[in-house]
Every structure is written in structure tokens, then in C-alpha cells.
Write a protein that binds this ligand. Structure first.
Ligand SMILES: [Zn+2]
Length: 292
């Protein structure tokens, strides 16, 4: 089903393609990019390329180059964002926006929504918390200025987030059940993903977010943070959470240096037709209501 035949485009659709340069892109990344690109074309909107390089130690120049190579190969030409690696480095890197992210973190702290956490990953695992964080430091009253503490957002019991899911209408998620209190400032003082992603979507006026369904808790979390910060129209964006592509063994695809990368396909002289077909499959899955 082509995009143009499906309902409810938000007015002034503005979307983004937001790869993380932490590995070579795979077919699932490519199909997701195509969904955003095709949505913008169908709606007369525009696409921002936003490379999420906040986790700087995992970034490599070859991964940045792979993003531009992949977009060109897929026939995607973003309307805004970096034109190439040098432009990205000079003008669009998230490291240039760290003061903005930290400003939002400080507003959360001033509002009493954060607490300091001294737990390492190992500490959390040793307490038997299998997923996320168990709230161990919520009531410990650790100083925010103590060394080696992360700052976490307190998500009160019963916190739910609501949003518009494309082609489905309103959707909600019990955030407190979906996610342990997330880190918003890391031990080394850097801002964390949830705040950066929200800040960028908000500041760049994004109205349509395409992402994998594994990020449903992140969507809920970011909308909750937006409500705490009273950001303009936090609920105004429409979201499309698409199913994840899985390999033959049922595992979700992961970025890698391996043979399953889109770069390997390009180097083998293959065209993007297969990725276009995957994007059609994902779109059908979303439009047909099989979101999760
Ligand atoms: Zn802790």
C-alpha cells in the first residue's frame, strides 16, 4: 500500500532520519530510513538527517561515511542536515549541542525530578535486576556533586504517556512498567540519549517520528520528559513504530562490521530494490495494525 493512500498525515510533516554511527548500517536501518523518506515525499514534507553521535567513543569515520553512502545508494536526499562528513563535524554534531542538553537536564534537576545514583552496571546486575534499573538509589539521598554518580529521572508509579500512532490513533504506555528510571546525565557528566533525542526532535520541529518498536519505551519516556519541561506541544508529533527485521534465527538485526551490512551489498554491486521491498513490508505491517 503506498503512503499516499493511507490516512492522517500531520500537517506540515517534518521528519528525521537519525542513525547512530556505532557500526555499519543493516537492512533494517535502510528500510526504516526509506519509510521516513517516503512519508515526507508523500506528504510534501521534509526530512532532516540527524546523526546521533552523542556516544562519541563508538563513532568511527567509516561509520559516518557509511551513512552518507547508504543514503545515496537508497536514493534518499535529505532536505536539511549535513551534506557530508566535514559539514557534519563542523556544524551538525550533537557534541555542539551538549550545552542545550545539559540545560534541560538542569531544569529537570531544579524541578526535583532527578536523583543521584552510584550504582555500576555490575552492582545492578548483582542485585538480580534483569532489565533496566531497580530504583536502588531513589531514597539514598546521594549528592548530585559526588564523584562517579549518574543522574536518573524518577518515574513515579502509574506514569503513562500518550501519543498519536500513525494509522492507529491514540496509543498509551505505562512508562513506569516499561522502563526503570533512566540515566539523563552520565557519570562523566555527559547528557544521555533520552534528553538529547527529545531536545533535537523538539528544537528541530519534528512532527513525524519513524522508529523501531523496540523504542516504544523511549517514546513514552521522552514524552514524559517533555511534559515535565513544558516543552511546546510535546504531544503534537505523530509516531510510527515499525516492527524490527530479524535474521533467520529470529534475532533482531544489529549493526556490525559483518557480511550483513548494507556496505557489503553495495560493494557487491547490488541495488537497493531488496531494501525497498523490506520497507513496503514494514509499512504494510504498520498500516495493517500489527504494530507489536
Ligand atoms: Zn543506584
Amino acid at each position: 500500500m503506498p503512503f499516499a493512500d493511507l490516512p492522517t498525515w500531520p500537517p506540515g510533516l517534518r521528519t528525521r532520519i537519525a542513525p547512530t554511527p556505532s557500526g555499519l548500517l543493516h537492512a533494517g536501518n535502510g528500510a526504516s530510513f526509506l519509510l521516513a523518506w517516503q512519508a515526507a515525499r508523500a506528504a510534501g514534507g521534509d526530512v532532516l538527517l540527524r546523526i546521533d553521535d552523542l556516544d562519541a567513543e563508538r563513532v568511527r569515520p567509516e561509520y559516518i561515511a557509511d551513512i552518507f553512502g547508504t543514503l545515496g545508494w537508497l536514493g534518499i536526499h535529505p532536505d536539511r542536515g549535513p551534506a557530508d562528513a566535514a559539514d557534519f563535524d563542523a556544524h551538525w554534531s550533537q557534541r555542539l549541542r551538549i550545552p542545550r542538553y545539559l540545560e534541560l537536564v538542569d531544569r529537570l534537576r531544579s524541578g526535583g525530578h532527578l536523583y543521584a545514583c552510584g550504582c555500576s552496571r555490575k552492582d545492578i546486575a548483582s542485585r538480580g535486576a534483569t532489565e533496566g534499573y531497580d530504583g536502588h538509589c531513589r531514597l539514598r539521598g546521594l549528592s548530585f556533586d559526588a564523584p562517579e554518580v549518574a543522574w536518573r529521572l524518577r518515574i513515579p508509579e502509574g506514569t503513562t504517556a500518550q501519543w498519536t500512532e500513525w494509522a492507529h490513533g491514540r496509543r498509551s504506555l505505562d512508562l513506569a512498567r516499561a522502563m526503570g528510571d533512566p540515566v539523563v546525565r552520565q557519570r562523566d557528566g555527559r547528557p544521555a540519549y533520552q534528553v538529547a533525542s527529545l531536545a533535537d526532535d523538539n528544537d528541530f520541529g519534528i512532527t513525524f517520528v519513524v522508529r523501531g518498536e523496540d523504542l516504544l519505551p523511549s517514546t513514552a519516556c521522552q514524552l514524559y520528559i517533555a511534559s515535565l519541561l513544558e516543552l511546546p506541544d510535546p504531544g503534537a508529533a505523530t509516531f510510527m513504530h515499525h516492527p524490527l527485521l530479524r535474521d533467520a534465527g529470529g534475532e533482531k538485526l544489529a549493526k556490525s562490521r559483518g557480511a550483513g551490512s548494507l556496505r557489503a551489498l553495495r560493494e557487491a554491486g547490488e541495488g537497493p530494490e531488496g531494501i525497498h521491498r523490506l520497507a513496503e513490508d514494514l509499512l504494510r505491517a504498520c498500516g495493517a495494525g500489527r504494530i507489536s
